[in-house]
Design a protein around this ligand. Structure first.
Ligand SMILES: [Fe+2]
Length: 269
């Protein structure tokens, strides 16, 4: 199974800019690259902060930009989003019985579970108000099937001091509960605007720096610099033996000459 993980496009209304750049243009360039190289993917999951301010005009623009994407998309919400305006622009997107933008889909590699971690009006995330119980039920009903979780906020601690106020509020309840289910194979998340990956209690996770602005974290200063780096997205190749996450930068780097045999001199690659 081939999946695209794309995150944090932070769209603003047509004609507006964010930090001096046009996030919709960065998303268009990213989509062009996905269409060119990865149109065979089964699904493209966009893990939230779809817009910067949650306004309807930005969601309408997102809908227009996504029309060009040749891979089916699943959209999640982040702390910059508005559930109400999202649902006005994307009324067909699945949601749970409580109105949260949560759903599960059975793909060729297992169960894909899409989470809504948005707490309206705040930067931190949570799976409260029935959302954690919904997740545990989705894990339990297919407990012998590998599950892949997608969320805007990292569900696990992330080790970035800058993000401590905006982490998952109930991770200490959440993580032991879901790791106890025993079938989570990977967590894909956004939110942090920097490339990160690792494991928490044996559960692997990955987050990409995303499409809009990025950060350079400073551990000693406990804050971060915001920068405009190249947009990036991840491609996950999943089979029975492995979950391989490749990160692709959307840039126009020069292709360098190599030897006629296609190798660098002395085999130094
Ligand atoms: Fe973001």
């Amino acid at each position: 199974m081939k999946l695209i993980h794309l995150t944090d496009p932070h769209l603003v209304p047509p004609g507006a800019t964010l930090c001096g750049f046009d996030p919709a243009q960065r998303l268009r360039e990213t989509i062009k690259r996905i269409n060119r190289d990865h149109a065979d993917a089964e699904l493209c999951v966009v893990t939230g902060d779809l817009t910067d301010d949650g306004d309807l005009a930005s969601y309408v623009l997102l809908r227009e930009v996504l029309r060009d994407l040749r891979v089916p998309a699943r959209l999640l919400l982040g702390n910059h989003d508005s559930r109400e305006n999202f649902m006005r622009a994307f009324p067909e997107e699945p949601r749970d019985a409580n109105g949260f933008i949560q759903s599960a889909q059975d793909g060729t590699a297992g169960r894909l579970i899409f989470l809504d971690t948005l707490v309206e009006g705040f930067g931190h995330g949570a799976l409260d108000r029935g959302r954690l119980q919904w997740l545990l039920a989705r894990l339990a009903e297919k407990q012998n099937t590998p599950a892949y979780l997608f969320a805007h906020h990292p569900l696990q601690p992330i080790g970035l001091p800058h993000f401590e106020p905006w982490n998952m509020q109930n991770w200490q309840e959440l993580m032991p509960a879901i790791s106890g289910a025993g079938n989570i194979r990977h967590i894909f998340h956004g939110h942090v605007h920097v490339d990160v990956g690792g494991t928490w209690s044996g559960i692997p996770f990955s987050g990409s720096r995303g499409v809009a602005h990025q950060i350079i974290p400073h551990f000693a200063r406990r804050d971060a610099d915001f920068v405009e780096d190249a947009p990036a997205f991840d491609v996950a190749l999943i089979d029975d033996d492995a979950v391989l996450v490749h990160r692709f930068e959307v840039s126009d780097r020069n292709v360098v000459e190599v030897s006629p045999a296609g190798r660098f001199p002395r085999g130094n690659q």
